[in-house]
Design a protein around this ligand. Sequence first.
Ligand SMILES: Nc1ncnc2c1ncn2[C@@H]1O[C@H](COP(=O)(O)OP(=O)(O)OP(=O)(O)O)[C@@H](O)[C@H]1O
Ligand SMILES: [Mg+2]
Length: 112
Amino acid sequence: MVKIEAVIKPHKLDAVKEALVKAGVAGMTVSEVRGFGKQKGHEDVAADTLTIEFLPKLKIEIVCPDEQKDRTLDAIARAAKTGKIGDGKIFVSPILDALRIRTNDKGESAVR
Ligand SMILES: Nc1ncnc2c1ncn2[C@@H]1O[C@H](COP(=O)(O)OP(=O)(O)OP(=O)(O)O)[C@@H](O)[C@H]1O
Ligand SMILES: [Mg+2]
């Protein structure tokens, strides 16, 4: 299993959610976060300033079986893209185990 964490522009949430449901994800978690990337929160790369601004972003977390990883990444990347700076980033990390509390399903069965 993998955890996919995507930091996206807030106005892209509905598009990303729909793409993920179409891609067949079994669940997701969304949080309001703040962050900065290469431009340190400014609107263009050339911004000549020493200040660093945190911009509001949304973080989407999905845990899925390995074989759903690529399809999930593609769905997010396609739906979240505007082509402008600040479109976001996606991180992937390994997940050791999962458990559905109601049924005690463990491992991949908990995230299908
Ligand atoms: N290396 C990182 N580690 C953790 N979070 C990051 C990292 N890079 C970006 N983020 C998060 O992703 C958000 C969006 O980043 P952003 O898309 O601006 O990345 P970028 O590298 O500056 O790319 P771009 O040049 O397209 O803007 C940031 O506000 C931050 O929350
Ligand atoms: Mg940036």
